[in-house]
Design a binder for this molecule. Structure first.
Ligand SMILES: Nc1ncnc2c1ncn2[C@@H]1O[C@H](COP(=O)(O)OP(=O)(O)OP(=O)(O)O)[C@@H](O)[C@H]1O
Ligand SMILES: [Mg+2]
Length: 184
């Protein structure tokens, strides 16, 4: 099974297609409640209620290049396989929130994967978009915000390879503190 970080990349891609300028990504690892919760929230164009209702159906897509949209239905299937679910909340003209819950200790739960590479890739490929990544474990909270990076680097473009490299390292180090270095 694929890492959860790849699902995050895919769901964030929907936000980018919906012209979002700010994408917030939350990862909550709640071992006590045996839950891992992923939330991707955007300020893109949103969906009407009828679309939201159909959005986890693999045969629903507004894409014109092929007949099935896989992103949300695959996430939904992965969550259900570990006793969880996906909830999509959206408002036309306001934005969308996708919340996926997984049983933390379910043997079917994919590992989280490389969140450092995932966020660095999202920033590198979408330099005009702001990303806020918040990750919570029993050891603490790590937060990364491209708006803070932009303030520090001033005129340098955020997609500069040195900056992207720095972002990857910064996130890796932050996650080492709250995840104890293990791959969750
Ligand atoms: N964040 C979002 N904002 C607005 N519309 C969205 C968002 N996420 C999904 N949608 C709508 O839901 C549809 C289904 O999304 P899904 O990711 O399942 O498939 P897709 O993006 O169409 O195709 P694929 O992900 O396989 O490339 C999209 O075509 C889009 O119309
Ligand atoms: Mg998609």
């Amino acid at each position: 099974m694929e890492d959860l970080s790849l699902y995050i990349l895919d769901i964030a891609q929907n936000s980018i297609s919906a012209s979002a300028t700010v994408i917030e990504i939350f990862v909550i690892e709640d071992e006590e409640k045996d839950k891992l919760v992923l939330t991707i929230r955007d300020n893109g164009k949103g969906m009407d209620p009828k679309t939201v209702e159909r959005v986890t159906d693999p045969f629903y897509t507004t894409r014109t290049t092929r007949k099935v949209g896989l992103g949300l239905s695959l996430l939904d299937a992965a969550a259900k396989a570990c006793g969880g679910s996906v909830v999509v909340d959206s408002q036309l003209g306001v934005g969308t929130e996708v919340r996926a819950e997984f049983g933390y200790r379910s043997i079917d739960r994919p590992p989280l994967g490389k969140m450092d590479d995932t966020i660095a890739t999202l920033v590198a490929c979408n330099p005009m978009v702001d990303f806020v990544y918040t990750h919570n474990t029993s050891r603490g909270t790590f937060k990364f915000d491209t708006r803070d990076v932009r303030q520090k680097i001033e005129d340098l473009p955020i997609e500069h390879p040195d900056i992207i490299n720095w972002i990857g390292c910064y996130i890796r180090e932050g996650l080492n503190v709250i995840c104890g270095g293990g791959n969750t």
